[in-house]
Ligand binder design. Sequence first.
Ligand code: F6P
Length: 529
Amino acid sequence: MPTFISPQQRKAWKALSTLPGATSTNLRTLLAEKDRQAKLQISAAGITLDYSHQRVNEDVMGHLLALAKESHVMEQALAMFQGKTINQTENRAVLHVALRGSHIQDPPWGSAISALIAAELLRVCLFAEKVRSGALAGFSQLPITDIVNLGIGGSDLGPRMTTSALVNQSQPPNGHPVKVHFVSNVDAWSLHNTLQNLNPAQTAFVVQSKSFTTQETMTLLASAKQWLMDGTCPKDQLHRHLIAVTASPDIALANGFKAEHLFEFWDWVGGRYSIWSAIGLPLAIAIGSYGFQELLAGARAMDEHFLDAPSEKNMPLLMALIGIWNTNFLGASTHLIAPYAAALNQFASFLQQMEMESNGKSTHIDGSSVAIQTAPLVWGSLGIDGQHAYFQLIHQGTHLVPIDFIGLREEHTPLPLAAEHHRVVMLNMQAQAQALAIGRTQEETLNVLLQSGLTAEEAKRLAPHRSFSGNIPSSSVWMDALTPRTLGALIALYEHKVFCQAAIWGIHAYDQWGVELGKTIAKEIESRP
Ligand code: F6P
């Protein structure tokens, strides 16, 4: 095991720390550079990353790329794809990438794993089509029309986000409409709010839990069973309405699930990386098995780009390095995800778990404590709504908030004036990136106020309140259009970005020991007399 070198000891990190003027880069100056936007754009797998509005120049990018090289990021990536035990605190491989298949004939993880994955994917697709065709019947022999996903964290956020984004993109065969609902919270209101309008005879529950021990999900399962029986489902017919997706099949079988309604994934798939596995079943039911395989294909295309593209043109690596620049050198402690596509209304919540549960760590892989910032606070919501809620703070507050804007090149919503809606949305996304970068000085504001007819005295009084510092960095991530394939690529883009940052920070991204203490104390409290 080579001696661990903390990131701040690396030559490139030291160079970045002492680069004259690097942290005082000004976007007004940078954006005046000829062809900057064309130079700082990369396209792959239906995604385009425009990082021209980031506070980086050639020197900074050069040292960041050197940092990636010094940190052996791509060698570590290969180890992941080869199924090496990189999750060292749980002694597991990390092979969510295998779930979406490989562009390489002989995949690095080996044919045995590929065969295991293919067999389960086939079962998932066949079952999804069975439900969509109306062939899944409940205790009363009526077809199942409503699927309720019970799960939390990675057993909810991925299926919920992708289904929410793509559900309108597919029509069920023979017009059999199956609706997919999601309940994650153990608060009774959540389950009641969903079930109150459903018919037990035509409702089935997909119970998603890698461990099949999560208290919230198990409580929801018990409640769902009671609801079915209160709806006249005989106890020995409950299994018709229960589907399990888990890495703990024995526990599920002991809970009354039948083998034909049990779908497996494996311990080398982290919950927050599991949408590609049978955890994607609700999505496959919602959009069809073809759409689900398109999602996998999009991620596979991004995997190919990540493994094959040179570092200076490697989208996930560059996003990772820019994030490190903003967090560790410009001092930003948060990172805003602002989709300008309402279908991505769950994307920020999904990324919160992926980024903050992966890289919200303060211990290096060698057990030493970090002396640098690691994952920033990732937050966000739809950008258009954010403009009318919290963008004030970003423009004129005291926090530096780097932003990922996410937009669609094409809009396909079947509304007569969809093109006009899209024009307004895109106009705002571009205007915000520009306004945050360029700002407006007090002198410029004074002139604007004078030209608006204010007296010199009034303009002078108001100018400080109506000026903008600017120099706030952002990236624009463009999807050609919102399809299962481009959404798969987008998710994989962020997965690999998270990987690269962990590799450079020297932290473990695939365990989550931080969630254990709360659970332990809850059990202690529960056991008290
Ligand atoms: O407690 C955190 C966590 O373990 C997440 O990592 C996981 O996605 C979620 O809980 C749900 O776990 P399970 O799928 O085992 O129910």
